[in-house]
Every structure is written in structure tokens, then in C-alpha cells.
Design a protein around this ligand. Sequence first.
Ligand code: M6R
Length: 627
Amino acid sequence: MCGIVGYVGEREALPIILESLKRIEYRGYDSCGVFVLLEDGNPKLHKDAGTIDHLKKNLSESEYRGNVAIGHTRWATHGEPSKRNAHPHLDGKGEIAVVHNGIIENYQHIKEELLNQGYEFVSETDTEVIPHLINLSLKKFNWQLKEAVREALARLKGSYAIIVAEKGFEGLVAARNESPLIIGVGDRENFIASDVPAVLEQTNRVIYLEEGDLAVVKKDSIYIENGGVEVRREERLIPWTIEDAEKGGYEHFMLKEIHEEPRAIMDTLRGYLAEDRINLGFELEGNAKGKSILMVACGTSYYATLCGKQIIENLARVPVQVELASEFNYSDFVLDGTNIIAMAITQSGETADTLMALKKAKRYGSKTVAITNVLGSSATRIADETIYTGAGPEIGVAATKSFVAQLVIFYLLGLSLAKMPESEFRGYLEELRGMPKIAQIVLDEEDTNIQRHARYLSKYEHAFFVGRGVNLPIALEGALKLKEISYIHAEGYAAGELKHGPFALLTEDTPVVAILTRQPLGKFDQQPFKKSLIKNATQASQNIYEKTLGNVKEIKARGSPVIAIAEEGDEEVEKYVDAVIRVPETSTIFSPIPNTVALHLLAYWTAKERGCEIDKPRNLAKSVTVE
Ligand code: M6R
């Protein structure tokens, strides 16, 4: 939520700031602003409601020549999205400027105190107290900016990543507490940003600031302290390239990222699979012995995790409890934490609710694991162990390739913990290794068909998604994706649950997308490695298929149009539904992968048909760093 950036060096700062802001606009896009220290020593501010492109239109860049600048792109928390509430916020003299990501919980109290001392406020934001507090402290510290910032921060409760610029100061001061902040290291120039993609075009040398760090960044020096004591922070080389963070010819990041799903699967596998051995980088089996797994997550990561529960329980017979992080944080922890491995699943590694849940599990004595896509993110610094998904940078607000990469991690976890004959294990690995190809087939062969169905779906205002078993979470994910980018009201349901209430809503105006993939009878028989499971698994998936088909017939009887996701070669299904999206045959346990690719495409093309702002859906932001 909110992206902040800073530059200090020898080049023109403004174009770099605008470019960097554009690259992290996914963090918020309701208003934005820049503050530049001009060559003549004077500061200049420009801000507005709307996007970076909008800001640029009314900005005469030649009037903003200078080598030090900060910028902000906002996702409103306190105060409506408007020019007045946009950052940077200034002190009364207009000489200290602050950009902030986070929430100052005690700002009201501080604001009243400052108002009583004669300070004037021009915005409704919590942030505006910060430049005033710095101003208050400057005199006390003989105009030393670092000391003044340190004292101002000591007054704040809540979360923040801030960058401060001051007239006459040839550098920037940055600090973080519970909100992400990185320093990009350059040659006679340095960068500060909320996220790596902001600096990737300039450098891949990055320092991750830690909780409580305060940094003074100048063009040829970086000083970092924590608790008033100088500290050293490791510089890391980021493996992502700028091309990874660009659209690469696609109209939207989301479409590009859906097309990268096969690669995300492959790269995630590559990180942990050598020959026929899975190595997650730490000793999982010993740690998991006799324990159950608790998983916490939000949004799309939560749905991936619900699917992961079924994958791990099915493969390894280890009990997995899944909790929405935001609920877990305020619920009683009735389990013995020491008997649990707690896993936080988060693409960004910065979701506030998920981080809190991870910390809570840690307090209760659980061994903690972060499953994340972002190197060095906060989750990795809280957890005892980290497993990285290899999805590469995900820019579209709607999570896509990170979801399938998370599924891959669950297959690897399940197989690592599974006790099964070697031949069976190898059989699963073989099928898992084939998943990039399976995902690619959906992209290559069904895209046009899906676009046709999307045109049809786009005319409706309500839709249901149904699935069973391992595909219930995929139905939930399909519905979330559709609603978040196309604004069609969509609900995901267990196929058997519709008749317990939602049936009342079914009419010819409520299309239903039904996941009807199955394990065709006989397939297991051709695979000797699964002999021990053949009977039960075949029976169960056949039952699931038949029961879901039964539900589809009930739905059709209520007049709703049905789009099925079904396997190639399943001709039966055509008799009962209005349209079919075809996916390749897989074992039931792997069917979430092709089904997800199909549903992501369906959501994308439907939103496109409706002319929606796909990469920046209204009211959303990529990483939700507030509770
Ligand atoms: O970075 P995280 O995986 O922790 O993010 C969790 C959710 O905020 C995120 O998945 C959100 O639901 C996406 N917009 C869904 O597409």
C-alpha cells in the first residue's frame, strides 16, 4: 500500500523518480506527488489526485531540475484521495518533505498537541504530523536532520516506511518500522524505494532495511543505524532483470504474467528439484515429525493454501490447518505451538495480516516457515526458514503466476513429507515435471475459445463458480479473480453447497462456471506406481466428477447458463452445459494447475471485454501493508 521512492546522485532526479514511481504504481494509484531540491537550492513540490501519467501531464519537467528528490504513489488510508491529501507532506515552511507508507496510529493525539503549539495542518492524513515533528526537533538538535528524524520517530506508534528530504541537505533520510524499504546501491548515486522493481532499471544491488533502521543516504555514502547504533546491512544481488518487470509486448502485466505461469512452475521446481530428490533448503522431515502444519495467508494466497492443505494431506497424510491471517490474529491460540510448524504464504512477503500471524505463531513456540516470492521481504526476516516461489516479479495487482508457483511448493512439501514407495514418488514427480507443458497447452489451445466465453460472461453482473475437493479452492480463486478485475459480482462455492441457499439466486442471469475435471477411469491402471492408491483415488475422483455433474444438472434446471471446465475427451459433459473450456487430462491432484490457468484467462478476457483497468483495479493495491 503506497509506494515511496527517493533519489540522490548526479543525474536529473525527477525523471528517475517518475519512472520508479510508475514501476511500483501497483502499490497504490489514487494520488501521487514529487518533491525536488532544485539546483538553486530551493525545493519544489508537485502533487495531484490520479495516476503518475496524469501527474506528468501537468508537470513541466524543465522547472524541476535537481539531483535530490522523493516521490509517492498513494493508496488512501486517512483522508480521501485528493491533491490535498497526496504526499509528499511538508512542514509549515515547506522545507521538510516526507513520503510515508503505513499508518501512524497515534497521529490524532500528536496532531492536537502540535495544533496547540501553533502548527497548521493542511491535510487529513496521519502522515502530516511527521514533517511537523521533525521541524519541532530540528532546533533542539542544532538543525541536524538525522537526529531530528530519530526523535520524531520515537513519538510514533504504528507502521511506517518514510523518506525525508530537507532544503539544504544533500541527501535523504529514510527509516522503516513494519513497512518495507530498500536502498538501491549505485555508482555515485543511490536510490530508496518500497519495492525492488522501482530500482531495477538502475541497479540490482540492493540493501534491505530492517525493522527500526534509520538510514542517511547520500550520493556516495550510505549510513545505517538501529537504536542509535551504527549497523551493517548486507548488500544483495537481485536475480530479476528489468525485462522481468516490464510488459514485454503484452497489453497488461496480468496477461503477461498469466503467460508466464508455465515458466513460474518450471523455475519454482528448478529451485528445489535435482534428479529425483527434493531439497527445500532445510530439514523439513525431522522438523515435521509428529507435528501438524498451520498455514496462514490472505486473498489469493489463502486460496492457494486451501488447495495446498488438500495436496499435502492427500500425499503425506499430515494434518494441515489453514487460517485466514486476519482472523487468526485475533483468535484464541488453543493449540500447543511447539507441536506445530507454522507456514505463512505470501507472494509479497509484506502483507501486514500475514506477518502478524507469523509473529504470533512464533510467540507460541512454533517453528516458522515463510513461503514467499520476494527475496529479503519482511516475512523472510521473521520466519526461521524460507521457501521461495520462483515466479519472478509480479506487478499486476491480481495475483496469477504466484498462485501456481505456490501450488508447486505445496506439491513439493507434500511429496517431501510423503511416505510412499519410490516408484510411486517418482511417478508423482514425473507428472509434476510435466505441469509447465500442461499449463502451456491451456494457453496455446484454449485462449481463443476462452475469449469467446469471456465476451459472453462479460454481459452479466453476477456469476457463481463451483468446484469440489481440490478444485473448490480453484473455484474460489476463479471468482476472486473475476470480481477484482471485472467488477462482476462473483461467488465461489462448493458445488454441493449451492442448494443450501444460493439456489435462490439462480436465474438465467446468473451464469455458473463449473469445474468438472476428473480422473478418467482406467488412467491409474496404466500407471503401476500408483497401484496402492488406485482403487480409492479413482473411485473418489469419479464420485467427485459425477456429483458435480449432478449439481450442474440441478443448476441447469434453475435456468442458469453453465460454462464447464472439462478435460479433453470428456464428451459426456457437453450434453449438460452451454459451453466448455477444455484442459488437458491430469491426475486429479494436479488438475488445479490447468484449471487455474483457464480461470485466470477467463477473468482477464472478461475484464478486458468490459474495458476495465486490469492492472490497477479500483480501490486495490498489490501488497496490503496495513491491517
Ligand atoms: O502478497 P500476498 O500474497 O500476501 O497478498 C495477499 C493478497 O493481498 C493478494 O493475494 C490479493 O488477494 C490479490 N489482489 C488477489 O489477486
